[in-house]
Design a protein around this ligand. Structure first.
Ligand code: AHG
Ligand code: MN
Ligand code: MN
Length: 339
């Protein structure tokens, strides 16, 4: 058996990449690692909910059973608060950002943005779900409370980002700006082990992932791109194959490994689509560029969008470079006819 590198060892080794960070970022990532294991344990029990008690009912301790996304939110919040290097967190589950304002966290140099449970509609049907996180250095002075401008930084400023996928195995995939590495949880010992070193999107792929139920509401460029994906051309490996799980993390993870494009574009009733810039698109765009792929809103690099609101949405085209470039070509060509 070859030497196994655990996530804990890897984080410490990579500490050298951040001479200025004095270990704070490492300790922050360790907090995420811990919360991921706790949430994974709970996700694994989700199928037993019918026999152990459903949401809204009381469990044996007389506590109200929580929805899994609220549970995940709490676990990540608590781990980050306890860790001390984070002065505030913005989450999909909270309307406003949360300031950590005890003595310890006031000095924290980082803010975290997260989607604690992504793909929540898949929980009840035993399909992969995830957690997405994004980490920035604060721009407001420390010590002091985190401010809105700490959270509204463009994605280019991220110091680290990643996701956890709770699937047939649990994996944690992250980047600190020096490539992307994936770790698989060995459940027998509760340790994440390096299983996917230096992950890269294949230059071009064969998979397109989009909710085609929205077809008639798509901008013309997306409609034409879908038809392009479906046409035959052996030179470009078309027709592509369609794969859509409906959990962004899971669709993204598959495409990262196999090569492909994921699209959630604007639709007539919601021109900016559904996905959130700050805690869904930016972190995945950061990983994507670190993995030799590209992420766009159809016209512009995701990471360069200047955010104006915590929960703002953006169209999202992400994946293998050539495929995203081709989709952008179609968006440009038909932009006058866009919703
Ligand atoms: P969340 O569970 O955090 O609200 O996110 C759900 C998102 C994303 O995971 C997925 O790709 C997308 O919603 C699916 O949306 P549609 O059902 O509209 O395709
Ligand atoms: Mn989500
Ligand atoms: Mn969510």
């Amino acid at each position: 058996m070859g030497k196994i590198t655990t996530l804990a060892e890897f984080i410490v080794e990579r500490q050298r990449d951040f001479p200025y960070a004095k270990g704070e970022l490492s300790s922050l990532l360790s907090a995420i690692r811990l919360a991921a294991k706790v949430v994974n344990r709970e996700v694994n029990k989700a199928g037993l909910v019918d026999i152990l008690g459903s949401h809204g009912e009381e469990n044996v301790q007389g506590e109200e059973q929580q929805k899994l996304d609220v549970y995940a939110n709490e676990k990540f919040m608590n781990a980050l608060r306890a860790q001390g290097e984070v002065c505030g967190v913005a989450s999909e589950e909270n309307d406003d950002y949360i300031v950590f304002d005890d003595e310890n966290t006031y000095n924290g140099k980082y803010v975290v943005l997260m989607d604690p449970l992504d793909g929540s509609s898949n929980i009840d049907v035993n399909v992969s779900i995830g957690t997405i996180f994004s980490i920035y250095r604060r721009v407001s002075p420390a010590p002091g409370p985190a401010t809105l401008e700490d959270f509204l930084q463009p994605g280019t400023e991220q110091v680290a980002a990643g996701y956890v996928i709770y699937g047939s195995s649990a994996m944690l995939v992250y980047s600190t700006g020096n490539g992307v590495n994936g770790f698989t949880l060995d459940p027998s010992i509760g340790v994440f082990c390096l299983s996917h070193p230096d992950m890269k999107f294949p230059e071009t792929g064969k998979i397109y992932s989009i909710n085609e139920g929205n077809y008639v509401h798509f901008p013309e460029g997306v409609k034409k791109y879908i038809k392009y994906c479906q046409e035959s051309d052996p030179g470009t490996r078309r027709p592509y194959t369609a794969r859509y799980i409906g959990s962004l993390v899971a669709d993204f993870h598959r495409n990262l490994i196999k090569g492909g494009i994921y699209i959630y574009s604007g639709i007539t009733r919601s021109p900016n689509g559904k996905l959130r810039l700050l805690y869904e698109c930016n972190p995945l765009a950061f990983l994507t560029e670190q993995a030799n792929g590209f992420a766009s809103n159809g016209f512009q690099r995701i990471l360069e969008i200047k955010p104006t609101e915590l929960h703002q949405r953006t169209p999202f085209f992400v994946g293998s470079k050539d495929m995203v470039a081709k989709a952008e070509e179609f968006m440009e060509m038909y932009k006058e006819q866009t919703v």
